[in-house]
Design a protein around this ligand. Structure first.
Ligand SMILES: Cc1cc2nc3c(=O)[nH]c(=O)nc-3n(C[C@H](O)[C@H](O)[C@H](O)COP(=O)(O)OP(=O)(O)OC[C@H]3O[C@@H](n4cnc5c(N)ncnc54)[C@H](O)[C@@H]3O)c2cc1C
Ligand code: FES
Length: 256
């Protein structure tokens, strides 16, 4: 894993929905190394530990990266106060990223703030991909135009039925599988959603990768703060670090 510490510049900022911000950062070194599914650690004034945020865009030509985050606590609240032109201290790119296997009919599934890391994947698979995005309600829905712009078929789901498919992403996936082929599932979102997706993938014999979220300290393998149980191919349980062995794991490796 190659990563670096870089003083990046915030070149564009917008609020996609209430409390959800998108930053475009000039980051020549990090953008050069980055792949889909990796993350950066953001330094926030007054906080010793950096905050992990996934890459929602990598533009190697423009030497920029995009991150999208939701205000959850003090750290992300302070991040939301950055203004265009500010220097943002990042460490990255971190983690293993999605492996991008050949797939004719990939389905990418995001729950809430788990959607942004799927954008670089949608760009990779283009019109072969179906993106199923779930949100609590219509006003919290983000990135539908961006997913459609990649050529992917974008399926919006809301828990309360205020927009798109009324129900969970897992139900939309089951409806999709009833009439469409699928040879790959990649997902990021809350654990109950990913656990159910793993069951559906297993039942249908579909290769499935899950991007896990765990509270992190260092982000690069030194503190063991992010260790989770992972099942190896012989069924043995081992402790693995989400920051360096993940965050992306095969669904059958994830102990639920
Ligand atoms: C690999 C990875 C990628 C992530 N990508 C994104 C992303 O693209 N966009 C986004 O909005 N968020 C993402 N997160 C979650 C984000 O890191 C946390 O929301 C953030 O660190 C909270 O910091 P805070 O200071 O605002 O909140 P705190 O005051 O520290 O905590 C507020 C809440 O956030 C939870 N939290 C704190 N730290 C983490 C953490 N490291 N992981 C998960 N939950 C945490 C706490 O349990 C608490 O409920 C990611 C987390 C990981 C591990
Ligand atoms: S966060 Fe320190 S080892 Fe993973």
């Amino acid at each position: 894993m190659r990563y670096t510490q870089e003083y990046t510049t915030l070149v564009a900022k917008d609020e996609l929905a209430a409390g959800i911000y998108r930053f475009c950062l000039k980051a020549p070194a990090i953008s050069r190394l980055a792949v889909a599914g990796q993350f950066v650690q953001v330094l926030v004034e007054g906080k010793q530990l950096r905050r992990p945020i996934s890459l929602a865009g990598i533009d190697k030509q423009a030497e920029t990266i995009t991150i999208i985050f939701e205000i959850r606590g003090e750290g992300t609240d302070r991040m939301a106060k950055f203004v265009v032109g500010d220097t943002v201290d990042l460490v990255g790119p971190l983690g293993n990223g999605f492996p991008l296997p050949d797939a004719k009919h990939p389905v990418l599934i995001g729950g809430g703030i788990g959607n942004p890391p799927l954008l670089p994947l949608a760009e990779h698979y283009g019109n072969a991909a179906t993106v199923i995005s779930g949100f609590r309600t219509a006003s919290a829905a983000i990135l539908q135009e961006e997913f459609a712009a990649t050529g992917a078929t974008a399926v919006l789901c809301t828990d309360d039925g205020t927009a798109g498919f009324a129900g969970f992403t897992t139900q939309a996936l089951e409806a999709h599988l009833a009439t469409n082929p699928c040879d790959l599932i990649c997902a990021c979102g809350p654990m109950p959603m990913m656990s159910r997706l793993a069951d559906i993938a297993e039942k249908n014999g579909i290769l499935c990768y899950l991007s896990l979220e765990e509270r992190m300290g260092c982000g690069f393998g030194a503190c063991v703060g992010c260790a989770v149980d992972i099942r190896d191919e012989n069924g043995n349980i081992k402790r693995k670090k989400v920051c360096t062995d993940g965050p992306v794991f095969l669904s059958k490796e994830v102990v639920r």
